[in-house]
Ligand binder design. Structure first.
Ligand code: B12
Ligand code: SF4
Length: 466
């Protein structure tokens, strides 16, 4: 069958490859289907007219699309455009939003089918069922409409052995063509791309929706396959820097060690860093030294707050006392350190918010991002928030982490100013400003500037598909 896969719409000025549909594409190709993959997070960003033209040319039987909540409006517009181009095409949505809100994905976003959780097995079975004319109810892990009624099939368990999934279809993603702009623009050895070595995270942070799509069990890839993939990226695509986007790379310490040892054994080192935050309490001196030895130059910790009560509110299960020690440890070893912080979660006072920003400033962290507490569909925090809104008129782009959708202690306008001051003072430190600028490629400076201004002035997430 002909399948068109479209990544999540661009929402921030962050141009990253669509790994999720990359995995799905390779499973489909292995089974003999014809796949076209379109990323909406690359430059130039494809327009609706380009997608329409592609649908006319490629005539897909099925369109699969990654839908995230903050860009849900764009996903809706995209589905409308494809539908008007070909009323018979089957529209399938997967990823975080459909997994959390499958009925909304069908009734509001316009998908025919929502795929829950990780999609490799489910999407392949779905396409096979369509090809063979089988009943949809035989496909586990989907939600669809039949005779006006929403139907759920049996929940599909997570694949325990993720090595059964082939590498993402890098030949379709073409990572080397990605613009090396922020956060990629802050790179040591471009061209860079992202990869995962594991799926899932056992923690239960209240703001995090990740467990819905990728599960709570930490499922590991074989380190040898991980390094094979790194080598493939180097040899076939010229990739010289890897950004790891595992949810919790260091949770299984032996795994992180084994990946590094495999690199050393093959005498293969690459420049690498972590892009999503990993647990600061799961690193130690020996591990960080090993990271450094294999080419790591930066770690991003998910610290979230310097207030223990706020961490407790977020169910972070983290002792704030160890945070300073670990940041100093990473610095001593010679790694750049970065962290994201969540400001103004319910119950957090302005004094507490200011304290987190002050402590971040005083810490040896090189980079920091301060974001508003944002309840994301699928996260525990969403449940109470959902009761206060109407899903059908909610402005989804408000879930952008820069403007508060809810704040019970600090007025929203004041909070925006607070975040501006927080970022401004943090980077007013010449050491940090210089470090940041040295990682920006001059060629991409204008993109970096746009990204920085968006962050500083809380204007991120205004991008919509047109
Ligand atoms: C790495 C990452 C990023 C990176 C790279 C994003 C990218 N290009 O993929 C960066 C930092 C850029 C990023 C940015 C954002 N992210 Co992000 N990100 C992640 C993270 C940590 C891992 C994603 C990943 O690659 N996983 C590996 C692959 C294999 O998994 P996957 O993408 O989920 O895909 C699988 C399934 O979801 C499913 N699937 C996905 N798409 C499709 C499509 C079809 C048709 C089917 C059938 C199945 C399917 O099958 C895939 C294979 O198993 C996730 C956490 C998570 N659990 O996924 C958050 C996550 C997806 N991000 C999230 C958000 C909100 C964002 C932002 C909107 C944040 C913001 N407001 O600032 C932006 C938007 C990016 C954009 N489009 O412009 C949320 C989504 C929540 C929600 N309800 O929508 C998550 C879940 C984190 C969270 N807060 O809990 N992100
Ligand atoms: S925020 Fe990080 S540690 Fe917490 S549940 Fe999500 S992935 Fe795990």
């Amino acid at each position: 069958m002909r399948v068109l896969l479209i990544g999540a719409p661009l929402f921030l000025r962050v141009y990253m490859p669509p790994l999720g549909i990359g995995y799905i594409a390779s499973v489909l190709e292995e089974a003999g289907h014809e796949v076209t993959l379109v990323s909406l997070t690359t430059l130039p960003v494809p327009k609706l007219a380009d997608i329409r033209e592609l649908v006319r040319r490629f005539r897909p039987h099925v369109v699969g699309h990654t839908a995230l909540s903050p860009s849900a409006n764009s996903s809706r517009v995209l589905f409308e455009a494809i539908r008007s181009e070909d009323p018979n095409v089957l529209l399938v949505a997967g990823g975080a939003h459909p997994t959390a809100l499958p009925e909304h994905t069908i009734t509001w976003m316009g998908a025919d089918i929502a795929v829950l959780r990780e999609g490799e097995h489910t999407f392949l079975e779905l396409v096979t069922a369509l090809e063979k004319g089988r009943d949809l109810k035989e496909v586990d892990g989907i939600v669809y409409k039949e005779n006006g009624e929403i139907r759920y099939t049996a929940m599909r368990p997570f694949e325990p052995n993720i090595d059964v999934f082939p590498f993402p279809a890098w030949h379709l993603i073409k990572p080397e063509t990605y613009p090396q702009v922020p956060p990629q623009g802050m790179l040591k050895s471009p061209p860079a791309t992202m990869m995962i070595t594991s799926r899932g995270c056992p923690y239960e942070c209240s703001f995090c929706a990740s467990f819905r799509t990728l599960g709570r069990a930490h499922r590991l890839r074989n380190p040898s396959k991980v390094v094979d993939e790194m080598q493939l990226l180097r040899e076939r695509h010229g990739i010289r820097e890897i950004m790891l986007v595992d949810l919790n790379f260091t949770f299984t310490r032996n795994h992180a060690v084994a990946v590094c040892n495999e690199m050393l054994k093959r005498n293969f080192t690459t420049t690498w860093k972590t892009l999503s935050g990993f647990r600061i309490d799961h690193v130690d001196e020996e591990l960080l030294k090993l990271f450094k030895q294999t080419g790591c130059y930066q770690v991003i910790f998910g610290i979230e707050s310097f207030n223990q009560s706020s961490l407790n509110r977020l169910n972070k299960d983290l002792d704030v006392r160890i945070v300073h020690e670990k940041i100093h440890m990473a610095k001593r070893i010679g790694l750049n350190t970065a962290s994201f912080f969540i400001i103004a979660m319910p119950g957090e006072t302005e004094a507490q918010a200011r304290y987190t920003m002050r402590m971040a400033r005083k810490s040896p962290l090189d980079f920091a991002g301060f974001f508003c507490w944002t309840p994301m569909p699928g996260a525990a925090d969403w449940e109470a928030f959902e009761k206060t809104i109407d899903l059908y008129s909610f402005q989804w782009e408000k879930l952008n982490y820069d403007e508060a959708v809810y704040s019970d202690t600090i007025p929203k306008k004041r909070l925006k100013r607070l975040l501006f001051i927080g970022h401004f003072l943090f980077y007013a430190n010449p050491r940090r400003a210089v470090k940041l600028l040295t990682l920006v490629r001059p060629r991409y400076f204008r993109y970096f500037l746009a990204f920085a201004l968006d962050t500083l002035f809380g204007a991120r997430g205004r991008l919509r598909i047109r």
